[in-house]
Design a protein around this ligand. Structure first.
Ligand SMILES: Cc1ncc(COP(=O)(O)O)c(C=O)c1O
Length: 402
């Protein structure tokens, strides 16, 4: 019998998505009749706007959309994405520089597969979204963490980035607004980081999926426009999931120089071919329409954001800086780890999150999933009443910690 491992080392190294795992556990408990409130899922609680759904219904009726279409995306959608990018980021791109992907996630995998050779280093600001490490690893890249904390609102400085740079650094991953922290870099900070990357010949991969979800005085800035010095060494990742409440439709994209886009399109042509035409036509209606739907969601998220931050900071041992974008709060719970609570003494934020799920029936994602133990991520993309009830339950439980 072969003694060779059944699963390849490369794939064995991939861990389960912690955010999806928390969500699945909460849903299973709910299905079993327990009144669980979930702060795990990273998706808007709104439905996709009607005009977008209508566009999909029309497309489903058209025989030409029952067939294969170009692997890189429908030409009209690529053009609309180029136009939208100019409108929202002030960044001029041609349709040929766009690759339409199966969600932003596929764009993440494809960009690292396209840019990285084994051993190439990628600077990643921690806390980071759980998918990046897996995509970097699978491409043979080496992730180098640049760890931030609540004292700077989870923003990395040029000095910190420079301290992590080596001869092998090829890419800086830039995510603003950030999942999981909600941090948003100012236009000046963004430009300074972009200039520094350009000075050292680095590529910048920038994930702009939360571009329209910024609050208060915060402003979204595309690093591609803020630092023209980067020239063509920028790849933008984006998608319709968060802006138009379209997580299930699976449409994202990657924008970059034509050689990168061509290479990534070759990869996609062998992996998945074209994204579902029906979804692409829905995305076309979304990106070529106005931004009123996201404005409505933003108002609701902003209200919930203020409520959750206030309530979290009222819990003894919890400290939450104000998130400026996306729909996540990222409080520190370091002071509570190791304390006695309902006869147990959780030794990590992971164990504390488990205890909260069992005792308060509230699901949060522990910071371990994002490269920084000692924190929780709470998505506030859930109904106002559930939000208040969930944080109250958690607060009541945590105030028993001794
Ligand atoms: C930062 C970030 N980028 C990309 C994505 C990918 O989204 P999707 O694959 O649903 O388009 C997500 C989803 O959670 C995200 O949070």
């Amino acid at each position: 019998m072969s003694t060779r491992p059944r699963i390849s080392a490369r794939i064995s190294a991939i861990s389960e998505s912690a955010t999806l795992a928390v969500d699945a556990k909460a849903k299973a408990m709910k299905a079993a009749g327990r009144p669980v409130i979930g702060f795990g899922a990273g998706e808007p609680d709104f439905s996709t706007p009607g005009y977008i759904v209508e566009a999909a219904i029309q497309a489903a009726r058209e025989p030409r959309f029952h067939k294969y279409t170009p692997a890189g995306g429908l030409p009209e959608l690529k053009q609309a994405i180029a136009d939208k990018t100019r409108r929202d980021s002030g960044y001029a791109v041609e349709a040929s520089q766009v690759l339409v992907t199966n969600g932003g996630k596929q764009a993440v995998y494809e960009v690292f597969a396209t840019l990285l050779d084994p051993g190439d280093e990628v600077l990643v600001v921690a806390p980071y979204w759980t998918t990046y490490p897996e995509a970097i690893k699978l491409a043979g890249g080496v992730q180098v963490d640049v760890v931030t904390d609540e004292s700077t609102g989870y923003l990395a400085s040029v000095e910190q980035l420079e301290a992590a740079r080596t001869e092998r650094t090829k890419v800086l991953l830039f995510v603003s607004p950030s999942n999981p922290t909600g941090a948003v870099y100012s236009p000046e900070e963004t430009a300074a980081i972009g200039r520094w990357a350009a000075e050292h010949g680095l590529w910048v991969v920038t994930d702009e999926i939360y571009e329209h979800l910024v609050y208060g005085g915060a402003e979204f800035t595309s690093i591609a426009t803020a630092a023209p010095e980067l020239g063509d060494r920028v790849v933008i990742l984006n998608g319709v999931a968060k802006t138009y409440a379209m997580t299930g439709w699976r449409v994202g994209w990657l924008i970059g120089p034509s050689d990168v886009v061509k290479a990534a399109t070759n990869l996609q042509s062998h992996a998945t071919s074209n994204v579902s035409n029906v979804s692409q036509m829905a995305a076309l209606a979304a990106v070529s329409g106005d931004l009123s739907a996201v404005a409505e969601m933003r108002t609701a998220f902003d209200r919930r954001r203020q409520t959750i931050v206030r309530m979290l900071n009222e819990i003894p041992g919890v400290f939450c800086p104000e998130p400026k974008g996306a729909f996540y709060a990222y409080p520190s719970v370091k002071e509570l780890v190791g304390k006695e609570l309902r006869g147990r003494r959780p030794q990590s934020s992971g164990e504390l999150a488990e205890l909260i799920l069992e005792e308060a029936e509230v699901a949060v994602v522990p910071g371990e999933a994002f490269g920084t133990p000692g924190y929780f991520r709470l998505s506030y993309a859930l109904g106002d009443d559930d939000l208040v009830e969930g944080v109250s339950r958690m607060g009541k439980l945590l105030s028993e910690a001794r």
